[in-house]
Design a protein around this ligand. Structure first.
Ligand SMILES: Cc1cc2nc3c(=O)[nH]c(=O)nc-3n(C[C@H](O)[C@H](O)[C@H](O)COP(=O)(O)OP(=O)(O)OC[C@H]3O[C@@H](n4cnc5c(N)ncnc54)[C@H](O)[C@@H]3O)c2cc1C
Length: 403
């Protein structure tokens, strides 16, 4: 049996961040980090397409929380303690400057996730954290005020433990046995599979700002839309997939969406089209894209409105103009499934937030047991917010553990 002051379970983003902060704030504590893999930080490595989108340039807590479909209410207090600006400072102080991209995402200046990994590994080593790989935790028990964790290798004891195992069903099962409620995991952040003649031949086309509604639902989002080889992606879709994670899972990822490509009402658009009919009478509708839409998308919407490639504005009849206005403002697409968004994906579900004290990230049911990261029922839209949850929860848990 090996005795420590603190045991961290899981060598991912949250586990390493917590271990380093604990060791830094109280160097006298004996800390061990148990990681089941032969290496840790594997998600950090592949994150953000290998660049690691560390956080997001949103510096107001009440705005920041709006990016969390699960965790919005609970993270407001924690973000007042540690948030995006603190993350920047934390990494910069340790020799990893971050940069902000146009869309607000923050990456290491090096553009490589390895920089983050190297920073964590060297900090953990410098601060004397014992990092043990190939140590999968199989049991969690409490004997009097001491936690006893059984791994594939040996048994470890400590007064305080931090569970940072991400979306791991086996650990969730162990926590259920300790009395915790686990909300069923479902995927979040996925792209939509759509087979439709209007988009079949135009992968790569981007509509800069669209509004998408899920038919027969309150789900709605706004932002850029990308046509892919299998359907649709980009922020407007990913936001829907996150905020609709539970609802869309219930529909088995089969539903309809309505897209407004030009953010105008059908009526206003029809008014515009009638004016075009006068002003552009001799021009072919197909050739000249309107509303600053990408030409290839415009052409597909025109063809879907019962017009040919040679129809001029003067030739158009009432039904054709109405059909085009409908295609531009309320085009319906049938979603038949989902695909993985390779740059980032997460799981909705996990430890019920009602059972966690968000001032300390300690379990309300098991004294001395803390949580950080994706193990909790917290997840965010794409853009660096998921890692920010890992940093914030790990930082506050670390602070509470040393107190
Ligand atoms: C492809 C991809 C790209 C992503 N890109 C981004 C991005 O750019 N920005 C962003 O904000 N988010 C991104 N995310 C989400 C982000 O990676 C996660 O939210 C974050 O990694 C969660 O950190 P964590 O420490 O809670 O869990 P994890 O990173 O999953 O770490 C958990 C660790 O616990 C270990 N473990 C599990 N069970 C046991 C056990 N029984 N015993 C011991 N160890 C165990 C695992 O091996 C793992 O190392 C991405 C996710 C993916 C999959």
């Amino acid at each position: 049996m090996k005795a420590y002051d603190v045991i961290i379970v899981g060598g991912g983003a949250a586990g390493f961040f917590a271990a380093i902060n604990i060791a830094e704030q109280n160097p006298s504590l004996k800390i061990v980090l148990l990681e089941r893999g032969k290496e840790g930080l594997q998600k950090v490595k592949i994150s953000g397409g290998g660049r690691c989108n560390v956080t997001h340039a949103e510096f107001i807590p009440s705005e920041l929380v709006q990016n969390y479909p699960r965790g919005e209410k609970e993270l407001l207090g924690p973000f007042h303690q540690f948030m995006t600006g603190d993350t920047m400072e934390w990494f910069e102080k340790r020799g990893v400057p971050l940069k902000i991209e146009d869309d607000g995402r923050m990456f290491p200046v090096s553009n490589s996730s390895q920089t983050i990994i190297d920073c964590f590994l060297s900090e953990a080593k410098k601060k004397g954290v014992a990092v043990l790989y190939n140590h999968s935790v199989k049991s969690i028990k409490k004997k009097q005020d001491l936690w006893e964790l059984g791994t594939t290798e040996q048994v470890f004891t400590a007064r305080k433990i931090l569970i940072a195992t991400g979306s791991n069903p086996k650990i969730w099962n162990l926590l259920e046995r300790l009395g915790h409620t686990i909300l069923q995991p479902v995927p979040s952040l996925f792209t939509f599979d759509i087979k439709d003649s209007r988009i079949k031949d135009i992968p790569g086309v981007v509509a800069k700002n669209v509004v998408i509604k899920v038919v027969d639902s309150h789900l709605e989002s706004e932002g850029p839309l990308l046509i892919t080889h299998v359907g649709m992606s980009a922020p407007a879709i990913l936001k829907l997939s996150a905020f609709g994670a539970l609802e869309l899972a219930k529909h088995n990822y089969k539903f309809q969406i309505k897209i407004n490509f030009i953010k105008q009402t059908f009526k206003d658009c029809l008014g515009d089209l009638k004016e075009f009919k006068q002003e552009l009478a001799k021009k072919t509708v197909f050739k000249f894209a309107q509303y600053e839409l990408p030409k290839r998308l415009w052409q597909q919407l025109v063809l879907a409105s019962n017009m040919s490639m040679t129809t001029t504005w003067a030739d158009t009849n009432k039904q054709q103009l109405e059909a085009l206005a409908a295609q531009l403002t309320e085009a319906v697409f049938k979603v038949t499934g989902k695909s993985t968004f390779k740059e980032e994906f997460v799981t909705a579900g996990g430890v019920d937030l009602k059972e966690v004290n968000f001032k300390t990230f300690e379990s309300k049911l098991c004294e001395g047991m803390y949580f950080a990261g994706e193990i909790l029922n917290v997840d965010a839209i794409t853009g660096g917010f998921n890692f920010q949850n890992a940093w914030t929860s790990a930082y506050i848990a670390a602070k509470s553990i040393i107190e």
